[in-house]
Design a protein around this ligand. Structure first.
Ligand code: GCU
Length: 391
């Protein structure tokens, strides 16, 4: 072959070889530039390679964003481990139309007690899965539901059925859904002095402040271990939806971002560290959230207090990690602390990722608000169910 031809072949090959982005680096806050706008989602971290299709997203950009959120916000999570499942109670018709089953899930000697309420006589129902604050036994008054032995925090009324207004179990099940839940203290008590008494103690991740996994990562990891359990049950594993209110909405989003077996996530009033952008957010600040809840995030996020614009990642990336699956952000008009408008903007910025992965953002993602403030009630659950059904 003539030299010109050989050169032409080499040049052609170089032109067709997609450029590989450089590695992600994790500079401390003082070395990062201020950026008023959140970082572009569809360009590599080094700014050199545009993401134009699903291949680019999965080859590098998705991993970059996950690594950035892990380092700068939530802290590391261990890799999934195999769980041991020990069936506990099995009570037909605990409530009219509601069968009840309970499972002890052993995660490296931390036990998650997962309660599953399901429609009697229905095979493979879709399932809603969420953390509960005070113990499975606070959802319904029935004595056959195991009372938690994990920490019941002082903000809880730990009596049977005390949380039933927040958990309309019979209505959710009557709509055709299984409802699965476990006490968040099984994974990590919501207490700065005790949050390690669960998964974190039995699965210590050692290392830098970024490696510290706080309660949000422990809750998200626990949700994934509950998803492991759901794989083996008579439910529709293609329709697993995570549901969480407020701090549990933050955890639900982080779990859905990490666990692609989850089909949909409903984050109700997730607030700072959840759906809303951090850098131009109103409502709760990085400083306030980390001083009131020093156990939620990793050791790096608090260093951005007052310097939110230096964050090299923002929460639109969290939403984008759920693509092409489904996201509902549900807000309250009077819930300024949770920054409903910041959550709207975050979703708008994340939406271009869906078409890249062959999905329509209009049908897969929704931001909605309702009158009222910071609470979860029966009507909210009805809205979540209507959305899951595609209404
Ligand atoms: C506090 C906290 C929020 C959180 C909320 C909740 O208000 O500041 O970040 O979302 O509690 O979990 O209800």
């Amino acid at each position: 072959m003539r030299l010109e031809c050989i050169l032409a072949v080499v040049l052609l090959a170089l032109a067709c070889d997609p450029k590989k982005p450089g590695p992600v680096t994790f500079a401390p806050v003082g070395e990062l530039p201020e950026r008023a706008e959140p970082p572009a989602l569809l360009t590599s971290f080094d700014g050199a390679v545009p993401v134009t299709d699903g291949a680019g997203w999965y080859d590098f950009r998705r991993g970059e964003l996950k690594a950035l959120l892990t380092h700068y916000v939530y802290g590391a999570m261990p890799s999934p481990v195999a769980v041991e499942v020990v069936p506990q109670a099995n009570v037909p018709l605990l409530l009219p139309g509601v069968d009840y089953r309970e499972y002890a899930v052993n995660v490296e000697q931390s036990w998650l007690y997962v309660a599953v309420f399901s429609p009697s006589g229905v095979t493979r129902p879709p399932v809603l899965l969420g953390l509960n604050k005070c113990g499975n036994h606070t959802l319904v008054a029935d004595e056959r539901v195991r009372a938690t032995t994990s920490l019941v925090i002082s903000a809880c009324d730990g009596s049977r059925g005390s949380q039933s207004a927040l958990w309309p179990v019979a209505e959710v099940v009557a709509a055709g859904y299984a409802l699965a839940t476990f006490h968040e203290s099984d994974a990590a008590p919501d207490d700065p002095a005790r949050y390690r008494d669960g998964l974190i103690r039995s699965m210590q991740v050692e290392g830098s402040p970024a490696a510290r996994w706080g309660a949000l990562s422990a809750w998200a990891y626990g949700l994934s271990r509950a998803v492991d359990l759901l794989q083996a049950l008579d439910i529709d594993t293609q329709r697993i939806t995570l549901v969480g209110h407020s701090r549990r909405g933050k955890a639900a989003l982080w779990a859905a971002a990490n666990d692609e077996r989850v089909a949909a996530v409903v984050a109700h009033q997730s607030g700072r560290g959840g759906a809303p952008l951090t850098r131009d957010g109103s409502g709760e600040t990085v400083e306030l959230i980390n001083s009131a809840f020093p156990h939620w995030f990793d050791g790096v996020f608090p260093t951005f207090a007052g310097n939110e614009r230096r964050l090299p990642v923002d929460q639109h990336a969290l939403l984008a990690l759920v693509a092409p699956r489904r996201v509902l952000l549900s807000e309250g008009d009077d819930d300024a602390w949770a920054d409903p408008q910041g959550s709207k903007r975050s979703l708008e910025l994340a939406r271009p990722v869906w078409p890249l992965l062959g999905a329509e953002p209009e049908s897969k993602t929704r931001w909605q608000t309702r009158p009222g403030g910071h609470e979860i009630n029966r009507e909210d659950w009805q809205r979540f169910i209507a959305w899951e059904k595609g209404e």
